[in-house]
Write a protein that binds this ligand. Structure first.
Ligand code: ATP
Length: 412
């Protein structure tokens, strides 16, 4: 096992951070972070030599990612493919100025834990054979989990990294916890440091926050803390804006139709994050009352999909007409809307006043569209002897229309 290899190298090794927190709380978590007091890259290479898989390392940071081909528990009673381990050398960080990126140097486990955001994320479990399973909780993370508290480890935490304010709200909402009084006060006193953080870092935290189960509550909480004033400007707490994000969430939920049971503590995201970029719709909702909303949201986009969603919103808004609501044939609606991303359609739909009355068919269309089965694929067409070319997308499009019209069923 892994711990034995750490013993062999004379390193102390620990699983650490979110996965430990989630083990204690009872959440599912497959992102396994390992910290070694020793050389993280050497350890990762040894694991790959012994157990197979591949290693990608970053010498500068002393970090490596080890991806297994197959991962099995000791007696092979459970195996799965491609587990990912992020392995780092225990390190401490210091900040040259508030909100700067940190300078990193090697350290002990305790110092590595001390640089973390909250006590609940600063626990470790040793995995060396001799001490396997030993919980290390220098900062009383277990106590804070029991008391449902989000607590920083030191007073300058939010000043050094103001994105932790967004992270605090994310964990509050996910677990139903609250910042303790002192932590909240520190957060409030650090709000003016937020504008010093790059848009990409803010965007990443907002994306993580909006992809979780409770984006509306998170937006309200951030409004109550006054955070939006430092990201968007004021106005976000207005009833109209909050209504808009509630509508957005409602339609996303209906359309993606994952039977999300809020009691199921293992689910953190209600939809497929790789496929849908709804987070950018939430952000657009918040900025929408501003005349320059598009330019302002564009500054926060993280990838081409985000950019595409915004472009589609803009195009769709310009051509969105009431006549679309009159259509009863899902195939005809598809002809009008197929070139637009689902996220953009939902966004524009929720902007339309009184859409709930009118948009039943469009919602039905979206529900069916996101679930169109891949019964007909390019591969199948090739097998049928059709020469590849633009005709493929035409045939596939006609197939989608026919499916939406109920002319083809799942069994065909
Ligand atoms: P999730 O379940 O959402 O992945 P996580 O706790 O694993 O939550 P990550 O963003 O993957 O969160 O970070 C892994 C660990 O790294 C955290 O548990 C925390 O200890 C530490 N960490 C991440 N971001 C920060 C930060 N901005 N400041 C301090 N520590 C951080």
């Amino acid at each position: 096992n892994i711990g034995e290899k750490a013993d062999k190298l004379g390193f102390k090794a620990y699983i650490i951070g979110g996965v430990v927190r989630d083990l204690v709380i009872g959440f599912k978590n497959e992102d396994i972070d390992i910290v070694v007091e020793g050389d993280g890259i050497q350890f990762a290479q040894m694991l790959a030599e012994e157990f197979g898989g591949s290693v990608r390392s970053h010498e500068k940071f002393g970090t490596a990612t080890w991806k297994t081909d197959e991962f099995c528990v000791a007696n092979k009673s459970y195996c799965r493919e491609g587990l990912k381990f992020d392995i780092t050398t225990a390190r401490r960080e210091y900040y040259d100025y508030p909100a700067a990126l940190p300078t990193v140097e090697r350290s002990s486990l305790k110092e590595d834990l001390y640089r973390r955001d909250f006590t609940i994320n600063a626990m470790a479990i040793q995995i060396n054979d001799s001490e396997f399973g030993k919980l290390i909780d220098y900062f009383h993370g277990i106590k804070d989990i029991n008391n449902k508290k989000i607590r920083v480890l030191y007073n300058l935490s939010f000043v050094e990294d103001p994105t932790r304010i967004l992270r605090a709200v994310r964990f509050e909402q996910r677990f139903g916890f609250l910042m303790d009084g002192h932590t909240q006060e520190l957060a409030l006193n650090s709000l003016d440091k937020i504008p010093a953080v790059s848009e990409v870092r803010i965007a990443n935290e907002l994306k993580n926050l909006f992809q979780e189960q409770h984006p509306v509550e998170a937006i309200e909480r951030l409004a109550a803390l006054g955070v939006w004033d430092y990201i968007i400007g004021d106005g976000v707490a207005s009833l109209e804006v909050l209504e808009r994000v509630k509508e957005l969430k409602g339609v996303i939920k209906i359309v993606t139709n994952k039977n999300v049971n809020n009691q199921d503590i293992h689910i953190t995201s209600p939809y497929d994050n790789d496929k849908y970029r709804f987070w950018i719709c939430y952000l657009a909702s918040l900025f929408y009352d501003n005349d320059q909303w598009l330019e302002r949201v564009q500054r926060f986009t993280l990838n081409n999909d985000d950019v595409e969603v915004l472009n589609h919103i803009q195009k769709l808004e310009a051509i969105w007409q009431d006549k679309i609501f009159m259509q009863t044939s899902l195939g005809v609606i598809h002809r009008e809307l197929y070139q637009f991303r689902v996220e953009a359609i939902i966004f524009v739909l929720t902007l339309t006043s009184d859409y709930r009355q009118q948009a039943k068919t469009i919602i039905e269309y979206l529900q069916k569209r996101v679930a169109i089965p891949a019964l007909l694929t390019g591969k199948k067409l090739k097998e049928l002897g059709i020469k590849p070319g633009p005709i493929y997308s035409e045939i596939l499009f006609e197939y989608e229309c026919a499916y939406l019209n109920g002319e083809i069923s799942n069994k065909d």
